[in-house]
Design a protein around this ligand. Sequence first.
Ligand code: RIB
Ligand code: CA
Length: 325
Amino acid sequence: MRAPLPVILDVDTGVDDACAILLAGMHPAIDLRAVTCVGGNAPLADVVRNTLTVLDVLGRPDVPVAAGADRPLLEAPADARHVHGADGMGDLGRPFSTRTPDPRHAVELLRDLLRAAAAERRPITLIPLAPLTTIALLLRTYPDVAPGIARILFMGGSAATGNATASAEFNVFHDPEAAAIVLGACGQLDIPVTMYGLDVFYQPVVTRAEAEDLIAHDPTGPAGLGGALIDFQCRRFASPAATIGDAGAVCAAIDPDGLDTTRLPVRVELAGRYTRGRTIVDHRDTGLDLAHDPHGPADVLVDVACAVAADRYATLWRTTIRGGR
Ligand code: RIB
Ligand code: CA
């Protein structure tokens, strides 16, 4: 059995971010070192409160939580409470955490943990599941942390469609400059990067009946919270099943063989009126002569997720939060 994988999540909790935190906080293959928060699905203060609440349900007061950027680098702040509920986490009416977050800004917490990881030669897998604002600030402010990062495995972007707009996925659309900075920094600092995008994001799903089983199994514990989060989505979208969303990216860290990726050049559109925030994935043959192409090749190669073992990941999530049973 290999040593647990050191992981830090960056979240905008968020119904599906909460699903991801449940999995990362319970699975024995993950050594959850910290969770950092950024404004996105909900305002930053709500994201911090929701994140602490999920960790309380998990009984994980040992996992530090820090607040990061409260707004995009350039874009005006916006949220997705029309998707995630007024409180950002499904309006479940459960008691919120009273724990206070780490006093450090998320960039400083990440700096400290990643520098220590580099010194220990145990680099951390960074799993951003939200707008990339904090991660961009980190890599621009403290590029020396790169040796402490094993890989950035981010939920965001897509090779084909959008959700926030016809072109762009929410996390990248929320802060396109941040996404461009992070991808550029991965290229410049030789940080391996995987894009868990919309091409796979919606496929691992849990049914309403499975959600009800989770709730019945342990109403006030992790299973009950996970079931309630899935049930909220099923009700909101009048659907018999709902995606585990961000939790799929954590599944990819636990079970990488369940995700097919292709290494492709990727850049972020910043200027297009209808395409701003789109991840431009270059599927062209790498042997092609690009002398005619005024844009030239993108300067970063990304492992783009193109297929996922959806049922395997959904089962991994369900059985883990159910306590392995
Ligand atoms: O586009 C999906 C992403 O946007 C997910 O991370 C979801 O939580 C929202 O933040
Ligand atoms: Ca998210």
